[in-house]
Design a protein around this ligand. Structure first.
Ligand code: SF4
Length: 73
């Protein structure tokens, strides 16, 4: 199964903070109410909650994407 990560579009986000209420394990808010992703890779046990947070975003600013493979340095 592919790894998923959360992505926030800062242009669309209106800082209402619904996502942080639904997924506090991965999202916290800055002083202005904009989300800060604690860990962009979504653990499997939080995928359902992550999908709910994405679906609940009123600005369609939050999305789930497949994580890119880490490059080897
Ligand atoms: S729910 Fe959407 S619009 Fe609201 S703070 Fe989160 S990402 Fe931004």
């Amino acid at each position: 199964m592919k790894e998923l990560r959360l992505v926030v579009d800062p242009i669309r986000c209106d800082a209402y903070g619904h996502c942080a209420e639904l997924l506090p394990e991965l999202i916290e808010l800055d002083d202005w109410g904009y989300p800060i992703l604690r860990d962009d890779e979504v653990p499997r046990h939080l995928r359902g909650d992550a999908r709910k947070a994405v679906a609940s975003c009123p600005r369609l600013a939050l999305s789930l994407e497949r994580a890119r493979a880490k490059s080897k340095a």
